[in-house]
Design a protein around this ligand. Structure first.
Ligand SMILES: [Mn+2]
Length: 326
């Protein structure tokens, strides 16, 4: 961690204009960490821009951003075109919460800026961003929020309490309320955010879901299939959904009595189908995801498959699960 922070310090100082980008369809982790990094960059006296999300925002992120703007906490968002048509002075691009060129908010920006730093907590499965100044990838981190919170602590920098609330919401989402990928350090950082003003009640307001969305999720769940004993599988429609929606489905399926592993499938871009897998620990879902070209942990894994439909991936996965488990 120290190495990452020193490299960030050194490179922010070396460059004049810092551009922050996360994955497309950003969530509270990707965007929350971008917002706090933005504040860090400004505190170092540099210009900073966050690449604007092009697609419709997740409701939770929308609520978080609105809460900030209602309280006059603003950020310098720039859209793709604006960035591509500008001449930057010694620009540095920092990519948060993804390492895959296909998943960033703008691949054009990725190719437009030479100096790049990548900070991610996902396991690489397809190609990864190359030619970086530095790449920090740690799949054992709960969230990028956890990483940036530690950076704030390292810098001893105080930022607006409302941003801390948004960061905490990002951490709660990525850890499924501190039930997965949570380490002692995650709790340390949650405590740090709380000490510095994160508000648990406000955070819950940000995370609450509208009834229609939960009902829609339960529609998918009611169509789930027990492909082998105690293993549930579920697919979404052929529309593009967020990573978060797919992961949420897998997490939800695992809550049912006796279920030991769960798999959810949905499109994450026009060309990529995402699979999210969860397990209570008896079934190694990482092993199953590896057979689809993905990976992860024993209890939490994922895969991304190019050029197939949701139905095709469903059939492939069903066969793999039966082969591995039965
Ligand atoms: Mn994340």
């Amino acid at each position: 961690m120290r190495e990452l922070f020193e490299i960030l310090n050194e490179n922010i100082k070396k460059h004049d204009e810092i551009i922050i980008m996360t994955h497309s369809r950003p969530d509270l982790d990707g965007m929350g960490s971008s917002l706090s990094l933005y504040k860090i960059v400004l505190s170092m006296g540099k210009k900073c821009y966050i690449v604007s999300p092009q697609k419709k925002l997740y409701r939770s992120l929308d609520k978080g951003l609105k809460l900030l703007s209602d309280n006059k906490i603003t950020f310098n968002f720039k859209d793709e075109e604006d960035i591509l048509n500008r001449k930057f002075n010694k620009p540095l691009l920092i990519i948060l919460d993804t390492q895959k060129p296909e998943l960033v908010e703008s691949e054009k920006i990725l190719n437009f800026i030479n100096d790049k730093i990548v900070i991610d907590h996902h396991i690489g499965s397809l190609d990864t961003i190359y030619n970086t100044i530095y790449k920090y990838i740690d799949a054992n981190k709960s969230s990028i929020v956890e990483v940036i919170a530690e950076y704030l602590e390292y810098l001893n920098l105080k930022i607006e309490p409302l941003i801390m609330t948004v960061l905490l919401a990002g951490m709660v989402i990525d850890t499924s309320s501190f039930s997965i990928k949570t380490t002692a350090k995650t709790f340390d950082m949650a405590a740090y955010l709380t000490k510095n003003g994160a508000d648990f009640v406000l955070m819950q307001d940000i995370l609450k879901e509208p009834k229609e969305e939960m009902v829609k999720r339960y529609e998918y769940i009611s169509n789930s299939e027990e492909v082998v004993k105690d293993v549930l599988m579920c697919k979404m429609d052929e529309n593009v959904h967020g990573n978060v929606d797919i992961a949420l489905l897998a997490k939800e399926l695992l809550k049912f009595e006796d279920i030991k592993a769960s798999f959810a499938i949905g499109k994450i871009s026009s060309k990529i189908v995402g699979v999210s897998a969860r397990s209570m620990g008896n079934i190694n879902v990482s092993e199953i995801m590896e057979k689809l070209g993905g990976g992860g942990h024993l209890t939490d894994a994922a895969a991304q498959i190019k050029g197939k439909t949701v139905d095709e991936v469903y059939t492939m996965l069903k066969k793999i699960i039966r082969d591995v488990i039965e």
